[in-house]
Structures are given as C-alpha cells and as structure tokens.
Design a protein around this ligand. Structure first.
Ligand SMILES: [Zn+2]
Length: 336
C-alpha cells in the first residue's frame, strides 16, 4: 500500500516585483514541511527543513509577514535547496502519493528542482491529491476554494499549532484528509501539469464518478488545439459514446470553451475546455465532460447567446469606426 506524503512549501519571491523575477523560478522555496501517513491515514513520520535562498536573498514583505520568517534564521538554520530536496525525496520513499493544499506546491517544487539541476524522479504523468479541491467536493459544491484554516475550523480540528509554517500546514492538511470519508475523496485524483503530454500516445483520460477529464498534448496555438479531432470530440462520461454536438465549441474569453452534446442514454453532456500554457510556452487543452440536465443545457445556450451578442457588438463598433474614418484617398484637412 502507498503512503501519503502530505507536504507544504513556503517560498519567497522577488522583493522588487516582476521586473527582477526569474521566469523559470518565480518562487524560491525556503521551507519544506511534510507528514508521512499510512494507507489508513496515521502519521508515521515527519520532515522539516529550512532552506537558505540563493536567488531572492531579501524576503518579500508579504512573505515575512505571513510566515514570520526572517533571512537571518534562514541563513543560520537553512541548508541549500539541493541538499534539502534530496533528503526530502529519500524520506518520501519509493511508493508514495503526494497530497497538497491547492495545486501549486508540486509545480513549484519541480521548477526549483529543474532550476537547481536536481533530477526529477517522479512518474509521468504525476498524480496527486489536491486536498483543497477534495474538501470543496466533499463538503461544498465542488467549486468553492477555502483556505486551510477555514476548513480546519469547519471540521472542528483542534488548533494547537500556528498556521503558515510548512510543517504545521502539512499536518493540518493531513488532518483534513483524515476527517473526510475516504470513499468520497479517493476517486478524485489530480494530475500535476508541470509535465504535460507532447505526443498523442501520452494524452490522458481520467474518469470520475460525475465527469471525465482529458489532457491533450501540446499545440502551437489554441486554434490548432481546437482543430484537433480528439480535443474537439464530445464524449459521454458514462458510456464513452461519441456524441453529436448541439453546437460548435465557442468561447467568451478565449480561455474557456463550451459545447453541448446529447447521449441517447444519459442525456445532455456539457463539454468544457480550458486552454493552458505549458512550461515550454506551448498550449494544451484540459477538457471536462459532465452529464447535465435541462437547466445545465440552458445555461450553455445562454452563454452561447451572450457570445453571439458580444460578437455583434464588436462588429457594430467596427462598422461605426469604419464610417467615421475618412478613406485614405479622401480630402484631407489642410495643415497649418
Ligand atoms: Zn452515455
């Protein structure tokens, strides 16, 4: 059986903002905290390291405020990232499943590893549990994203430790996981997007109780992604049948696209594509397909109508602009 590695990172960023930030590593890790839990969610070990930063050597004021960390302590008690992360990976052991609060920690961990030239030994694709998402699914409507202290409060977990320190936050995240019904959260695994497929054979389909998810390979542009047949297919999440589309994919903001299909056995299926940027700057698509009812179908039709109106408005504005702009060959006002 796999152990769960529930971990939390604290990081620093450029104190001068984006202008002095390194694109490949916007967040430099200064603390790793983790608890190892057995398959039945008992804490069997813990891990904690402070890290002396090498790139952003002044603490961003928000970071020092939130984490109560200071550079003196990091210099005195910290070790280099490369050492700390090697010890962490070794402590994790071979067969483990990562759990984090939110979807950022694994991404930033791998960015730091890449930056410092540490080999990344993780499986590809890398699956993990986003406990924040799991809490949203089991206790809320699945869309809400609560803070860790909020969830701890709601679950009535004893708050004997401070928040916003890596080891304590890892401990609380583990406690939240333990307080939820395992069969309610276990099906909802997440895929980490530091690594994404680059060829069709690597594309990923995940099936969940109420929806399915498809992660495409990378493309040069959104248009290329949307022109790909596998990306644009609408498939029933229950019977995998390819569905006839009630409408073409459309978008309100060029990031999310929607479509609607109908399964003869399972009714309406809403397709949603999020276009995302991979680490190498290329585009990949994350498509979810979810069975929906009349109300859900109606809301897709309404979005479509909204998009149609927007498009008309845009073309009206263009027409007005054209009418107001004198033709290039027209009479110009004489300059003084
Ligand atoms: Zn079906």
């Amino acid at each position: 059986m796999k152990n769960y590695i529930v971990f939390d990172l604290e990081w620093n960023q450029s104190p001068e903002g984006k202008s002095n930030s390194i694109e490949r590593m916007p967040f430099e890790i200064i603390e790793i905290g983790a608890v190892k839990m057995s398959a039945d969610l008992q804490i069997i070990s813990q891990f904690h390291r402070l890290i002396t930063p090498q790139v952003y050597t002044k603490l961003h004021y928000v970071i020092s405020e939130v984490t109560h960390m200071d550079m003196g302590k990091l210099k005195a008690e910290g070790e280099p990232f490369t050492e700390a992360v090697r010890e962490f990976i070794q402590w994790c052991g071979r067969d483990c499943r990562f759990c984090t609060w939110g979807s950022m920690d694994l991404m930033e961990l791998q960015r730091n590893m890449e930056f410092y030239g540490v080999e990344i030994p993780f499986e590809r694709p890398l699956y993990y549990y986003d406990v924040q998402k799991l809490y949203g699914i089991t206790a809320k409507d699945g869309k809400e994203k609560l803070s860790l202290d909020h969830a701890v409060e709601e679950l009535g977990i004893e708050q004997s430790r401070p928040f916003h320190q890596a080891l304590d936050d890892a401990y609380y995240t583990g406690m939240v996981l333990r307080h939820m019904k395992a069969d309610a959260w276990q099906p909802y695994i997440s895929m980490d997007y530091y690594w994404v497929p680059t060829v069709p054979e690597e594309q990923v389909t995940l099936k969940f109780p109420t929806y399915s998810k498809f992660v495409s390979r990378t493309f040069e542009t959104k248009e290329d992604a949307l022109a790909d047949k596998v990306v644009s297919d609408v498939v029933c999440p229950h019977c995998r049948r390819m569905l006839r589309k009630k409408m073409r994919w459309f978008s309100l903001n060029q990031k999310q696209y929607f479509s609607l299909g109908v399964c003869p056995d399972h009714g309406y299926v809403r397709g949603k594509i999020r276009m995302k940027k991979a680490e190498n700057g290329k585009i990949y698509a994350v498509k979810t397909m979810k069975a929906t009812d009349e109300t859900g179908a109606k809301s897709v039709f309404e979005k479509k109508e909204e998009q149609r109106k927007k498009r008309h408005q845009r073309s009206d504005i263009k027409k007005v602009k054209r009418a107001l702009t004198p033709p290039a060959s027209g009479i110009r006002r004489q300059s003084l």
